[in-house]
Design a protein around this ligand. Structure first.
Ligand code: ZN
Ligand code: ZN
Length: 369
């Protein structure tokens, strides 16, 4: 009886504590309020460490270690990543990071390295379970070179998971509680087209979120998959390897749906299609690439549009699924752009979610009815 009462209490508290999912969409660059223009990303404090090297100590260095641990550069066994010492493990992590991002391998927090670290990026780690096929996982042609030259290429998740042969037409759906407008949904459709043009996969939107192969959702903060979002900039989105299908975007970003984002005066404006094309790559089985112009490169600055699949991306996806017979090797741009967009005025705020907490709460509550 006590156990039932306890479960009932948990069910009620989960229902009551369910946080709303909201996302900010801006139909064009002039509709972003000036207030958001001065916002810095969550990693901006790392700029204070510019010039630091092994042996240094500074308050907040543990936060940088956490960052590197999160993206796979420090394993829990190699370093105490909760202290503020610039130890050998941190130096090794920075060297690996520098290789992956085509920087001079100095092991120090030189300005170029810091500049790269603070860029907004995808939340998927560069190194998964200690293995990577970004630069640091490849053999160098000249071992005494301090600058790593990228020859290739794309990468896959460990074990090369992919959608099975029986699944060549994948369905996708949007979390109903996000109440996305047709303009926003069109951005996703364009992003999927970029991949289906080059490979033997097709994508079809379906209304049933739970039955869809690919489930797209905007969440704010912690959303119960162990990968909480971090507010404006920082981590922009993440997605899971096949055949999980979950594609999550940070509802706190200033998502720009159309228009020339490069001319935006807002330092926080993020191009929705650019990030979506990247995350679909993960959904299909691609990991991060060290090739800077590849869609699967891990970072993307705000006010940047990057939607064209690079040769690196195309070779990677075709290795997994084969080529689209209709693909002739030319541009992948389905440029039915909706440049300029319509002026809706202020940001569109979205309604309440049915997030995991809510679902668990409902489930538990049903036990008692
Ligand atoms: Zn990514
Ligand atoms: Zn998530």
């Amino acid at each position: 009886m006590t156990l039932i009462l306890c479960l009932f209490t948990i069910a009620i508290s989960l229902l009551l504590s369910s946080t709303p999912v909201s996302a900010h969409f801006f139909p064009n660059i002039t509709s972003i309020p000036p207030l958001l223009n001065a916002t810095n990303g969550p990693w901006d404090s790392f700029r204070n460490f510019s010039g630091f090297h092994a042996g240094d100590k500074s308050d907040g260095l543990s936060k940088l270690k956490h960052y590197l641990q999160h993206f796979g550069y420090i394993t829990n066994s190699t370093s105490n990543y909760t202290d503020d010492y610039f130890d050998d493990a941190l130096k090794a992590a920075i060297e690996t990071y520098q290789k992956n991002f085509n920087l001079n391998v100095t092991g120090e927090l030189d300005p170029q390295t810091v500049q790269q670290i603070v860029r907004s990026r995808c939340g998927v780690p560069d190194i998964v379970n200690g293995s990577t096929t970004m630069n640091s996982g490849k053999k160098t042609s000249s071992s005494n070179s301090t600058h790593f030259h990228t020859v290739s290429h794309y990468s896959f998740f460990p074990g090369t998971p992919r959608w099975p042969n029986s699944k060549r037409n994948l369905t996708y759906a949007f979390l109903p509680e996000n109440q996305l407008s047709n303009d926003v949904k069109t951005v996703f459709s364009r992003a999927f087209n970029r991949w289906s043009m080059v490979t033997a996969l097709t994508f079809t939107q379906t209304e049933s979120f739970n039955d869809a192969d690919i489930q797209i959702a905007f969440f704010v903060g912690d959303h119960w998959d162990g990968e909480p979002f971090d507010g404006l900039l920082g981590t922009l989105a993440h997605a899971f390897s096949p055949t999980n299908g979950r594609l999550h975007l940070d509802g706190d970003e200033s998502w720009v749906v159309s228009g020339d984002i490069t001319t935006s005066s807002s330092t926080s404006a993020v191009d929705l299609e650019s990030v979506t094309v990247h995350e679909i790559g993960h959904i299909l089985g691609l990991g991060h690439s060290s090739v800077e112009n590849a869609i699967m490169y891990p970072t993307i600055s705000s006010r940047t549009r990057k939607v064209e699949l690079a040769n690196d991306d195309i070779l990677g996806i075709q290795e997994l699924y084969g080529a689209n017979p209709a693909y002739n090797g030319s541009s992948t741009t389905p440029e039915a752009q909706n440049e300029g967009g319509t002026d809706y005025g202020a940001a569109q705020k979205l309604g309440s979610p049915l997030d995991l907490k809510f679902a668990v709460g409902i489930g538990l509550l049903l036990l008692f009815l």
